[in-house]
Design a protein. Structure first.
Length: 268
């Protein structure tokens, strides 16, 4: 549906009038807040070292539109930000310059966190030079080695998020080293299990329709020609919206390779 990030930012689905809480604000995240405010974001709460944050928001010209809450440490900044969201002071939580582990520790705190009873997963969105559509990838940041049942939840989380952007149909590929199911390669077994779950209607209650294929190697994900060359019949080869990776190492390498070697832009 979307080809560029600018199309998402200009869409009517942007969070007009909403409030964001930014944990451990830094220059890049402050700039992101500034750009979001140009497109309708209401207000923002920034947590962290107030002496460092104030000059940044002043230079960005948004000092009158943000609230700064001082925190003595990064972990404290994350905890305060999570508390603000829990208390309804913000609609969304944003990660600044803080280690993901420390950030998630505050989010998943059993007493004061934002647990919902569902598995938390990461969704990356990439604009890749030369490609004619945005690419989504899950889970490259949170779950280390998810089981089949966890992958079902991860896939569901991703599709719900993509649907919220306005997608009516999502083509999802379950990544593995090759397309043959091998009992000695768990990623291929899980991929086949996810396809079976889709065929059995386990994802029919999602707000968007979907096509799930796998196991699928990355060359087939990228090109219908490679699928034909390998004798693989695929409805989504070359048209994949969402790639589900088998583990965090694969996802981390996949996304960072696209960013650093292919000059992709990434959000997540």
């Amino acid at each position: 549906m979307f080809k560029r990030f600018i199309e998402i930012m200009n869409s009517s689905r942007c969070l007009e009038g909403s409030k964001v809480v930014l944990a451990a604000a830094d220059a890049e995240s402050v700039e992101a807040i500034r750009l979001a405010m140009k497109r309708g974001l209401g207000r923002a709460i920034l947590t962290g070292d107030s002496e460092q944050i104030f000059p940044m928001v002043k230079e960005a010209g948004i000092s009158d539109k943000v609230e700064i809450i001082h925190a003595e440490s990064l972990s404290s900044a994350a905890a305060i930000a999570v508390q603000c969201v829990r208390e309804g002071k913000g609609d969304a939580l944003m990660k600044g310059l803080i280690n993901t582990t420390d950030f998630l520790k505050a989010v998943l705190d059993r007493e004061n966190g934002l647990r919902t009873g569902r598995l938390l997963s990461h969704l990356a969105i990439m604009e890749i030079p030369g490609e004619n559509h945005l690419s989504f990838c899950t889970d490259s940041g949170f779950n280390v080695a998810p089981s089949l049942d966890q992958k079902k939840q991860i896939l569901r989380n991703a599709m719900e998020a993509i649907s919220a952007l306005g997608y009516e149909h999502v083509n999802a590929a379950c990544i593995a080293a090759n397309e043959k199911v091998d009992p000695n390669v768990q990623s291929t077994v899980d991929a086949a299990g996810l396809v079976k779950a889709w065929e059995n209607g386990e994802f029919d209650d999602l707000p968007c329709s979907c096509t799930v294929e796998g196991p699928m190697a990355i060359d087939v994900v990228a090109s219908q020609k490679f699928a034909e060359h390998k004798g693989i019949k695929s409805k989504i080869a070359g048209k994949v919206d969402l790639t589900l990776v088998p583990n965090i190492e694969c996802g981390n390498v996949h996304c960072k390779t696209l960013v650093h070697y292919c000059h992709a832009q990434m959000a997540g």
